[in-house]
Design a protein around this ligand. Sequence first.
Ligand code: F6R
Length: 615
Amino acid sequence: MCGIVGYIGNRKAYDILIKGLHRLEYRGYDSAGVALVARDGKINIFKTKGKVENLEAFCADKDLGACTGIAHTRWATHGEPSDTNAHPHYSEDGNIAIVHNGTIENYKVLKDALIQHGCKFHSETDTEVLVQLIEYIRISNKCSLFSAVRQALKQVVGAYAIAVVAKDKPDTIIAARQSSPLVIGIGDNEYFLASDATPFVEYTKECVYLKDGEIAEIKQGESLRITDLDNEESEIDVTTLQMSISQLEKGGYPHFMLKEIFEQPDTLRDCIRGRVVDRGHRIIINGVSDNREVFKNAKRIVIVACGTSWHAALLGRYLIQDMCRIPVVVEYASEFRYSNPVINKDDVVIAISQSGETADTLAAVQIAKEAGAFVFGISNVVGSSIPRETYAGCYIHVGPEIGVASTKAFTGQVMVLTLLSLAVAQLRGTMTDDQIAQVGKCVLKIPTYVKRVLETLNDKIERLSLTYTYARNFLYLGRGYSYPVALEGALKLKEISYIHAEGYPAAEMKHGPIALIDQEMPTVIIAPKGHVYEKIVSNVQQVKARGGNILAIVTDGDTEISKIADHVLEVPEMPECLTPIITSVPLQLLSYYIAINKGKDVDMPRNLAKSVTVE
Ligand code: F6R
């Protein structure tokens, strides 16, 4: 939710800020803006509604010469997307400017107090309140910018990552964070600032992740100064990034989403690497082996997540219950946090989040920690909040996911949950060595099988998508391991093509949704071979008997469903517990091509943002 970029050094700040905003556009694209601070003490602010490309067009004939600047791409929370509500916001005297990611919960109280002191407001945003408060404190207390920001933040309730610049401080940016991410890149006599490290990875690999409650003075030519809000100096922890620039580009694909779908053979290989050893006989998840007693004695596992990650969590329930015989509860993080959850000390709570920054999931982590549970994180973004806030965890290692609709992160999450289940089963003795080796060997084949699915089905799905593009509603059905896949397939379709789609457990269909079935509404059925195969054949027949049009995902060589369905997509045979990774890939392609046929922006679907750092 909202992306922030900052630069201070000897280069043209505007170029770095715009490139950085493009990389952060996945965080929101309702409006964009920059504030450029010239050495002669002038702040130029340019901002427009819409995407970063609109801002570039708007800036084409403007004075862009400055070596210090801050920039923002917005996902609207307070106030509609508009030029006025776009960031940066500035104080009434025009002396300071701010960009902000997060929400200031007590902004109304602060605003009323500032109005009493004569402040006038131009936008509907909470951010304008903060910048006016900072300037009010700076003038009334005659203090430094750093001190004014610190004092202002002590009055703020809510979440923020901010960057502040001032006319009379052209060599300084003040940055601070609470619950929204912010990272400072350290270059050679230059500093970068961003919501994640992608805007500066080609300039420096050295960076410092700000922690909650920290405030930084970033001054060209001087060492970083970081304190907490009580002005106590913090230790500066420099991290070296592992990310490469090629991971952030489209690499010849028309969209990040398609690139990320096709990357899955490699990302799954990276995810498995070093974790399945002795040709599949042994599974190593360090976060499990380092906490053997916790996983051995766990009485229950609670998994919390949102969106696609919640679908991966549902698969986690099937995997863990099947393999480890531990009861598993899966909760939406947003519901968990307000449901007065009953958490015991011998529960393990697993939080799953691609970004590692989702506000609801992070809040669920805190609640679980307070209740005394052991909290384990599964994330993609190294150094993000959830890995930092959990006691142990596991990265999915799929590389930056830029397309807003999650694809490779989902399969990475499911893979990690599969490996975690095998590792815990090994530890608790709930599977024999032979059973583990059987699954372990197949896990090693998954990257090759996913590659085969992509090679054999891509063109077919592209052609088939034309048949389905103009449907207005879709039903996705699956049973057992294929039920969460149905939910995820439906979510992918609605996110990027804006077609209404419902995922359902196939047997539940007859308790209501069957009323919807007619020739106009396609049903996508996920039906690989498995212990509920015969049951789903009956469900396929029930749909067909009502005149429904069926697209089925089946195992190679399937004859039964192929006879009934209108179209089939065949995937390689796998042990049932591994089918979700294979069957979800054709569904990703289907939604991609339908959205393309409809002319939609698949990488930046309307109203969405990738990192949801607000409640
Ligand atoms: C859907 C999608 C979202 C995210 C959800 C949680 O394609 O990407 O539903 O899965 O917002 O995000 P993370 O995993 O970053 O916590």
